[in-house]
Design a protein around this ligand. Structure first.
Ligand SMILES: N[C@@H](CCC(=O)N[C@@H](CS)C(=O)NCC(=O)O)C(=O)O
Length: 202
C-alpha cells in the first residue's frame, strides 16, 4: 500500500494507523499547493479530489476519505483492536466519533487555514471552542476516546487536535484534552509517524 500524505495534514491519522497496524506500506509526499507528488506526478491523476489522504491499495485502487481509510486499515488487522468489530454497537460508537471529527472538528478549521474564508475566522474559532469543550468533557473518563484500547478514533482526534495551537486557541482550559494528547504522543507508532513527517525530532 502507498499513502499519499502532506506533513502535519489530516493524512497524519492514517499514517499513524499504518504504523500501529504493522502492515507494510510506502509513503509519497504531496505538495497540496502545486497538486504534485514528490516523484513529480500530477496528484489529480491519483485523487481527482486533489486532497490527502489517499491510499493506494495493493490492487491499484485508490481509497480516499480519512475516516474510511482508517477503518479499512483497522479491518485488515482485526487482532490489533484498532476498531471494534463490524456490526457491534461499539463499532457504531467509534464511527459516531469518526464522523464527528471529520464533519465538525476538521471542517471548523477550514476558515483558520484558508485565506478565502478569512471573514469567518472569528466565528470558526467560537465553534472550535464549543466543540473542543465537548471533546474535553468526553475525555478523562478513559485512557482513550472509546475506552482503554487505542483505536483509529484516537489517531484521528490526535491529528486534528494538533492544529489547535496553529489556530491560536488557548489550550490551558482543556486539561483532559491536554493530558490525552501527551499520552497519545508518547505511543511509539505515533512518534514514528511524526518523525517520518518531520514534525518532531527522533
Ligand atoms: N473529506 C476529506 C477531506 C480531506 C482534506 O480536507 N484534506 C486536506 C488536508 S487536511 C487537503 O488535502 N486540502 C487540500 C485540498 O483539498 O485542495 C477527508 O476527510 O479525507
Amino acid at each position: 500500500m502507498k499513502l499519499y500524505y502532506t506533513p502535519g495534514a489530516c493524512s497524519l491519522s492514517p499514517h499513524i494507523v499504518l504504523e500501529e497496524s504493522g502492515l507494510p506500506f510506502e509513503l509519497e509526499k504531496v505538495d497540496l499547493q502545486l497538486k504534485e507528488t514528490e516523484s513529480g506526478h500530477d496528484f489529480y491523476l491519483v485523487n481527482t479530489k486533489g486532497s490527502v489522504p489517499a491510499l493506494e491499495l495493493d490492487d491499484g485502487q485508490i481509497l480516499t476519505e480519512g475516516a474510511v481509510i482508517v477503518q479499512y486499515l483497522a479491518d485488515q488487522v482485526p487482532e490489533k483492536g484498532l476498531m471494534p468489530l463490524p456490526g457491534t454497537m461499539a463499532r457504531y460508537r467509534a464511527m459516531e466519533w469518526l464522523n464527528y471529527i471529520a464533519t465538525e472538528l476538521q471542517k471548523s478549521f477550514t476558515p483558520i487555514f484558508n485565506p478565502a474564508y478569512a471573514a469567518c475566522r472569528e466565528e470558526a474559532k467560537k465553534n472550535l471552542l464549543r466543540q473542543f469543550d465537548y471533546v474535553d468533557r468526553q475525555l478523562g473518563k478513559n485512557r482513550y476516546v472509546t475506552g482503554e484500547q487505542f483505536t483509529v478514533v484516537d489517531a484521528y482526534l490526535f491529528t486534528i487536535a494538533s492544529w489547535i495551537g496553529v489556530a491560536g486557541l488557548e489550550t490551558a482550559q482543556w486539561k483532559a484534552l491536554s493530558a490525552y494528547r501527551e499520552n497519545v504522543a508518547q505511543r511509539p507508532a505515533v512518534r514514528r509517524a511524526m518523525i517520518s513527517e518531520g514534525l518532531i525530532q527522533g
